[in-house]
Ligand binder design. Structure first.
Ligand code: PLP
Length: 361
């Protein structure tokens, strides 16, 4: 939001900007998904409160998608709850999941909502640094608060670094979750934005005890404004979410749920979207000093800023040339020395930015 404010201020001052700062897709939602929402609108004359459990059709579509994409059988009746995108579910999760243990492990640099959710729930935060030397994965041997934490958050493909995690990483963390009795919370918002190999899910571990996965249509189907996602976890946990969520009024609207069934049932639009991000990536990645182990998936490029310049000074200098990127330090101190570029402007804007970056860098 801070980055967005700077971009808006520059625009208001009459300076043209190409905004690579905020991670919001600018592809339109595919027509047939919009049509499904319109059709649902026409049918829903007497819209009632939607139950927290969500439409069975939606849970079935999600379970089918998980089966097809990750080869995992989940029970739509007991293991899935639909959410308003994934942010609200991530934010409020600590409110139901913190017991006697009040600590929450969060990655840094990282998406800030894990930490804010823990703090608003009265929890305490333990930050887990991510670094280039460990391919942007937490160093599990260096972490020593296993017995104190209730939740351990991970996000792969990762925002902000674009790193991916191997299944062995999830297996190791899942084993520790069982041994020490914490929940492994896996934010997989970017699982469908990849370039070479489809990333794995934490759902693929051999024993899914203590695993909770959050996913969303926001990036996969360019549906940020619809607000549609899901949590997948063990039946007891999903039952707890179904009891909790009516308090916060966070069951997705029926119209949105019906459009979401159409979205989860279709892969063609996702393939098309990936191809479009890949074209933008080809224009810009060669110009940047990408961090090793980074930028393999998501629509983010995570790169080193020139030596001797802080992340923020670099971003400010680029803004003077009309290109907005997010300073790595905005995602936590371990992000200093890096910047994040979100491949969300149009292909034409990316081409223009490539010329500017070629001159400036
Ligand atoms: C890492 C990560 N997780 C979750 C989200 C939440 O997305 P939504 O609430 O639109 O599903 C975002 C949004 O940018 C994100 O970057």
């Amino acid at each position: 939001m801070a980055v967005d404010a700077k971009a808006r201020a520059a625009k208001a001052a009459g300076r043209p900007v190409i905004a690579f700062g905020v991670g919001e897709p600018d592809f339109p939602t595919p027509d047939y998904i919009v049509a499904a929402a319109q059709e649902a609108c026409a049918q829903v004359r007497m819209q009632k409160y939607t139950p927290a459990a969500g439409l069975p059709e939606l849970r079935e579509a999600v379970a089918r998608w998980i089966g097809a994409r990750f080869g995992v059988d989940v029970d739509e009746a007991t293991e899935i709850v639909p959410t308003l995108g994934s942010k609200e579910a991530i934010f409020s999760f600590a409110q139901i999941a913190l017991g006697e243990k009040r600590r929450v492990a969060v990655p840094e640099p990282g998406y800030p909502v894990y930490e804010r959710g823990a703090l608003f729930a009265g929890g305490k935060v333990v930050t887990v640094p991510l670094s280039e030397s460990n391919s942007w994965l937490p160093d599990l041997d260096a972490f020593d608060a296993w017995d104190e934490i209730a939740l351990f958050w991970v996000c792969y493909p990762n925002n902000p670094t674009g790193a991916v995690a191997p299944l062995s990483f999830y297996e190791e963390l899942a084993a520790r979750a069982r041994e020490h009795g914490f929940l492994l919370c896996s934010d997989e918002a970017y699982s469908e934005l990849w370039f070479d190999e489809p990333p794995v899910s934490a759902l693929q571990v051999a024993d899914r005890t203590n695993i909770v996965v959050f996913n969303t249509l926001s990036k996969r189907s360019s549906m940020t404004g619809y607000r549609s996602g899901f949590v997948c976890g063990e039946p007891e946990l999903i039952a707890a979410l179904r009891s909790f969520r009516p308090n916060t009024g966070t069951a997705p609207q029926e119209v949105v749920q019906r459009a979401s069934v159409t979205a989860w049932n279709d892969e063609a639009h996702v393939e098309e979207m990936r191809a479009r991000y890949a074209r933008k990536r080809e224009l810009l990645a060669p110009l940047l000093d990408l961090a090793s182990g980074s930028s393999e998936a998501t629509f983010y490029l995570w790169f080193r800023v020139p030596a001797g310049e802080s992340s923020e000074a670099f971003a400010t200098r680029l803004l003077e040339h009309g290109v907005v990127v997010a300073p790595g330090s905005y995602f936590g101190p371990s992000g200093e020395g890096y910047a994040r570029l979100a491949l969300v402007p149009s292909l034409e804007e990316c081409a223009r930015a490539a010329t500017i970056l070629g001159d400036v860098l």
